[in-house]
Design a protein around this ligand. Structure first.
Ligand code: GDP
Length: 528
């Protein structure tokens, strides 16, 4: 591969933000876009707070409830890098979406509320990152408030999240007395400039903590305190090691306040240097390198209604190698067909624009007319299937009933399509005509109900059903599987992707069945 192309790919940084709700993910996203000059004025990301048209939120429901459900993609240039930020839903009911988005990034930014420390959802998301040893940057937010002891918070990150902390910046004061951050590696004070929340803040630096200038600016007392504290911190924490960061064992830590727009640039400057460029990806057949010439990519997300004016569905693809060019032919490997893509889209800070070209590490959106599913692989001819993009066994179930029985066709079509998008999962029992919806979080049901109404013009109601969980069934022995199909048919269904599924009425029922049929595999996740 040409070294020019390798260098281009090497300039991409594709990441997602993980945090507990309210830690400040949305606010940081805004400020990142601001720093990347991708938006003029902060405050366009979430509609609920500013009353502006939301950029990353798209459904009325999200605005009504003030939660961010969907994943969108934002791209902005910073220094000589091209940064791609994949937004993840904060609400835990959409954790499946978040999980799949994390399969499409190369690294993660973890945001911690400095007053609260490590919270539930961060722990769960961290578990997901662990599965791939995703490299993690940490930003400890809300330094403009009276927050917890910072060393204690670092300690909590290390013990609870099991990752070594290497602080790069350290806060100077907090709350009303917050004055800025100190860089432990360059011995530089970065002074907080109040009143610059909506602009790229001035970059005021003082070289040397023990300098006359720092003492004049901050006062002897604060400087002496800081010197002592920094000595303590150096003793109690790790020195940054790039390899350990890339292996997911160590996280560089930065402090600041997203709301007042400070400390984020100081982090971003390191992020674009240290965070990994597009990494190689596994397929069933072989490892795909990002600087290979031939194009390949996989779908990690399908989303409808991005723009109410175009009622289409967009399949988000992570490009894993090569270049997408407008009008190119791609092979849709699951169905073995070539398709011509003339109008892929990108989301430059929320504006949908036609892409002429996109390369490894970038995300493009394909218009989906029902043939694309989550997990699908596209190539320039080669038979490949990217791995590691799972569906999870749902834990919540409802039977779907129609208000108007004549609309059965629309209902089936709607449920089928929504399950292909991963909005919910659909199960059709072998022995009756029920339509059973499965979800990981309860809000998914509301989304489906609303979208059936808006997009398919069907009113449905939900009924409770005594199903506890589902398992995808597999067995190498055809005869055994057939026998199981007959004997257990009461509890068997076909899911939206055509896979045989065991629908368990209780945990006990599931474990008894597993014991009774040792030859059968009962899987809690399904891959393409
Ligand atoms: P998300 O749920 O993680 O996306 O969090 P948001 O960005 O929506 O922030 C949650 C709340 O915390 C909002 O009211 C923000 O204005 C506030 N917030 C975010 N960053 C800061 C900060 O640095 N300082 C203070 N005081 N509040 C913040």
């Amino acid at each position: 591969m040409s070294s020019a192309f390798s260098a281009e790919v090497g300039n991409r940084r594709t990441f997602g933000i993980i945090s507990h709700p309210d830690a400040g993910k949305t606010t940081i996203t805004e400020k990142l876009l601001l720093l990347g000059n991708a938006i003029q004025l902060a405050g366009t990301v979430k509609g609920k707070k500013t009353g502006r048209m939301a950029t990353s939120d798209w459904m009325q429901m999200e605005q009504d409830r003030g939660i961010s459900i969907t994943t969108s993609v934002m791209q902005f240039p910073y220094k000589d890098r091209m940064v791609n930020l994949l937004d993840t839903p904060g609400h835990e009911d959409f954790s499946e979406d978040t999980y799949r988005t994390l399969t499409a990034v190369d690294s993660v930014l973890m945001v911690i509320d400095g007053a609260k420390g490590v919270e539930d959802r961060t722990i769960k998301l961290m578990d997901v990152c662990r599965l791939r040893d995703t490299p993690i940057f940490t930003f400890i937010n809300k330094m403009d408030r009276e927050v917890r002891d910072h060393i204690e918070v670092l300690d909590e990150i290390e013990t609870v999240l099991k990752i070594k902390c290497a602080p790069v910046t350290w806060p100077i004061g907090m709350g009303k007395a917050f004055r800025g951050v100190y860089n432990l590696y360059t011995d530089t004070v970065h002074l907080f400039q109040p009143g610059q929340a909506s602009v790229v803040p001035d970059d005021v630096q003082i070289k040397g903590i023990d300098s006359a200038e720092a003492r004049a600016e901050l006062g002897d007392e604060l400087v002496d305190e800081l010197i002592d504290e920094v000595e303590l911190v150096r003793g109690a924490s790790y020195e940054f090691d790039l390899q350990q960061y890339l292996d997911g064992e160590m996280t560089p830590v930065f402090f600041g306040t997203a709301l007042a727009n400070f400390g984020i640039r100081e982090m971003l400057n390191y992020f674009v240097d240290w965070a990994p460029a597009p990494i190689e990806r596994e397929t069933k057949e072989r490892t795909v390198k990002p600087d290979e010439e031939k194009f390949s990519g996989f779908i990690f997300k399908i989303q409808a209604n991005m723009d109410p004016k175009h009622r289409d569905r967009i399949a988000f693809m992570r490009i894993c190698s090569g270049t997408y060019t407008k009008g190119m032919k791609m092979k849709h490997t699951r169905i073995g067909k070539d398709i011509k893509v003339a109008d892929a889209v990108t989301f430059l800070a929320g504006d949908r624009s036609n892409v002429e070209e996109a390369i490894s590490g970038e995300i493009i959106g394909l218009h989906n007319h029902g043939t694309i599913q989550i997990g699908d692989t596209f190539t320039q001819g080669e038979e490949l299937q990217f791995t590691g993009i799972p569906h999870f066994a749902p834990e919540l179930f409802r039977r779907v009933r129609l208000k108007d029985p004549l609309k059965m066709k629309q209902l089936q079509k709607g449920l089928q399509q929504l399950s292909e998008e991963g909005a919910t999962q659909l199960f059709m029992p072998l022995n009756n005509n029920d339509l059973i919806l499965g979800a990981v979080g309860v809000l998914q049901f509301d989304v489906v109900q609303q979208r059936l109404r808006d997009e398919y013009k069907v009113e449905c109601i939900y009924e409770p059903i005594s199903v506890t969980t589902a398992r995808w069934v597999a067995c190498d022995d055809e005869r055994k599987l057939e026998e199981f199909r007959k004997k257990a048919s009461e509890n068997l269904a076909i899911d939206g992707g055509g896979h045989l599924t065991y629908i368990a009425t209780s945990r006990v029922n599931l474990s008894l069945t597993e014991e009774r049929w040792p030859e059968i595999a009962f899987r809690a996740t399904r891959e393409h």
